[in-house]
Write a protein that binds this ligand. Sequence first.
Ligand code: HEM
Length: 179
Amino acid sequence: MKGIVFTEFLDLVENKFGLEMVDEIINASNLESEGIYTSVGTYKFSEMLQLLQHLSANTGISIDDLLLVYAEHFFSVLEDSYSGLLATYKDPIEMISSIENHIHVEVRKIYPDAELPTFEVIEKTDNSLVMIYKSSRAMHHFGLGLMNKTFEHFNSKASIVLEKLKADGTEVKFLINKN
Ligand code: HEM
């Protein structure tokens, strides 16, 4: 997992819960990196999972809710760093249905070692989209947060329903309807 995901995560934890919480979750985890991340480095996903688990235990907020809020913050990082890529889209459904064959393809060119999910488009109309998310990392709520913000970015609204196809969250169907 790319370092930018860790550095932005720890910044958000510091802003919302304070520096003591950052220290607390780093110290409680068993981290090869020792909790020292650079935005261009690459670190094990298991480190993120430990940080999330300890933050969840300390705050009483579920890991899914933490990932949702984190993704909503991460979208503004994407808006700042990849504005050119985002500007190629005029519509949220177009953008979200292009993650697999365009957006993450570009991400892979920048970060060859990125650990990305797959999003298969099952059904698409002007106002609706059905996609299947697959990833061993089960970060579907991170995807949900990015999708929420994608609609907001285009001044649009949608209802998004998740259906787990596997209980561990490694395969999830997204049913997206523009309002
Ligand atoms: C992960 C980039 C848009 C869904 C990532 C990662 C990067 C990235 C750098 C982390 C890879 C790693 O840590 O190794 C981008 C950029 C985007 C974009 C630059 C737009 C300009 C989106 C959108 C979605 C999405 C709109 C909405 C569904 C995900 C998910 C992950 C991810 C769910 C977590 C990894 C996993 O589930 O396995 N993306 N992304 N991305 N991205 Fe994107």
